[in-house]
Design a protein around this ligand. Structure first.
Ligand code: SF4
Length: 446
């Protein structure tokens, strides 16, 4: 849980990087999720599914070797093998309880996502046992994609072989930067040497889709170093490159230091610089054949390199969230699990629901959720929203869209509304104007 602080996040993202969350990851905002709606999830699970939405699984591994200074996730760096074993067993029990429900019984996941934390923190044996048990409870043979997030320093050839063997198709490497100095002062556990060896092993093993994550604007980033990072990525030539712009939420080590020093502005590059760096990377990648497919991603071959987890989730798929702090979305209900690992494991053991808060959304909120998430792709198909929700976007948002067009942020082509590159790079700041009035200026990330 984020500590409540009187400083307001910089939602408008004026030039300086102020403390607060910038990235819009869901809608309605998390501060509207509540305990009263938790029983809605049990009621839903007791009824059969309409079968219209694809099903996915998000599995949360909350362990890391070290806490990065910019990290705002709930992670544990001090757990021993018994703690890990207990946690893994609890998640299997949690999965079992879903598969016994009327809502999930007989369905199979179309996508599986291992996120964290650091999924690759687990040993090859732990991963093999975990995934064998998961598959025995809910087979993955219909899954179109299995994504696995990795911290490069945790990857040996043996572990990557195990990861490939249990069916991972999309391997995501949290590289973030190639400079050992920058990695070090930002608190990352790995160094560039480990990136190159992990990448080499992964290529050799033939993963279908390898993604590299970068962050524009880490502590001490410079123009020279960023140019070097872009060159390194081009040289490695992964299937997909994901670039985030550094934000400094309240529960990060960086914010803690800012608070101690009485500072409101984070010691990282300002927003125009971060956007310029992302743009520089995209232009360089486009020159060597990549296509920008969202505000955060460029892919080498858009025909073959998909990101099914993102595309399904952003178009209303059901997703079971497994593990501590996990987020799920079932039948239009958002939910999140307990955020303390011991409480999570004990609750599962006592056969109670580990869900701590939920939100039963209405049709209008579901429409807005999909719309804001799909804007992040840089283009919105008006027919899709008209067919699915009966809403004509150009009519409903006529004044906002006219404003965007007048500023040069938006154009129209073949029934699609298309964001300019500069608008795409600041898309998260544009989305708030689409929120319902009651959700604007809410505390979105508590
Ligand atoms: S590896 Fe990722 S989850 Fe772990 S501490 Fe760093 S940013 Fe947080």
């Amino acid at each position: 849980m984020t500590e409540k602080i009187s400083i307001q996040p910089d939602y408008e993202t004026k030039d300086e990087t102020k403390a607060g969350n910038y990235f819009v990851s869901n809608y309605p905002p998390f501060s509207f999720w509540n305990e009263q709606d938790v029983p809605c999830v049990s009621s839903l699970l007791n009824s059969p599914s309409s079968g219209s939405a694809p099903l996915g699984i998000y599995y949360h591994v909350p362990f890391c070797r070290k806490r990065c200074h910019f990290c705002y996730f709930k992670v544990y760096t001090d757990k021993n093998s018994n703690d890990v074993r207990k946690y893994l067993a609890s998640t299997i029990q949690e999965l079992q309880s879903y598969t016994e429900s009327n809502y999930v019984k007989g369905r199979k996941p179309k996508f599986v996502y291992f996120g964290g934390g650091t999924p690759s923190y687990l040993s090859a044996q732990q991963l093999e046992d975990l995934t064998d048990q998961m598959k025995a409870v809910l087979p993955w043979d219909d899954a179109e994609e299995v994504t696995f997030e990795c911290e490069p320093g945790t990857l040996s050839e043996k572990k990557l072989e195990a990861i490939k063997k249990f069916g991972v198709t999309r391997l995501s490497l949290g590289v973030e930067n190639f400079s050992d100095h920058i990695l070090e002062i930002n608190g990352r556990a790995h160094r560039s040497k480990e990136v190159f060896s992990a990448y080499k092993f992964a290529k050799k093993l033939g993963f279908e889709n390898i993604n590299i994550d970068l962050i524009a604007g880490m502590l001490d980033e410079t123009d020279e170093n960023w140019t070097e990072c872009v060159e390194q990525v081009k040289e490695l030539s992964p299937d997909c490159v994901t670039i985030y712009q550094m934000e400094v939420p309240f529960n990060t080590g960086i914010f803690k230091s800012m608070k101690e020093g009485g500072k409101l502005t984070a010691p990282v590059a300002d927003w125009p610089t971060k956007r310029r760096w992302v743009n520089q990377a995209y232009e360089a990648l486009e020159k060597v054949g990549y296509t920008v497919t969202s505000a955060y991603t460029a892919v080498k071959n858009p025909e073959t390199t998909k990101f099914i987890y993102r595309d399904r989730l952003w178009s209303g798929a059901d997703m079971i969230g497994l593990g501590v702090s996990s987020f799920g979305h079932l039948g239009g209900i958002h939910y999140q699990n307990l955020t303390n690992i011991d409480q999570y494991c004990d609750t599962i053991e006592s056969k109670k629901t580990p869900i701590r808060r939920a939100l039963l959304t209405n049709d209008e909120e579901r429409f807005i959720r999909e719309l804001i998430l799909q804007w992040k792709l840089g283009r919105v198909n008006q027919k899709y929203f008209n067919d699915k929700f009966g809403v004509k976007i150009s009519e409903r948002y006529s004044s906002i869209l006219s404003e965007w067009k007048a500023r040069g942020d938006l154009s129209e082509a073949n029934g699609e509304l298309v964001l300019s590159r500069s608008a795409l790079l600041k898309v998260d700041t544009l989305l708030h104007s689409l929120f319902l009035p009651r959700h604007r200026n809410a505390e979105r990330y508590v």
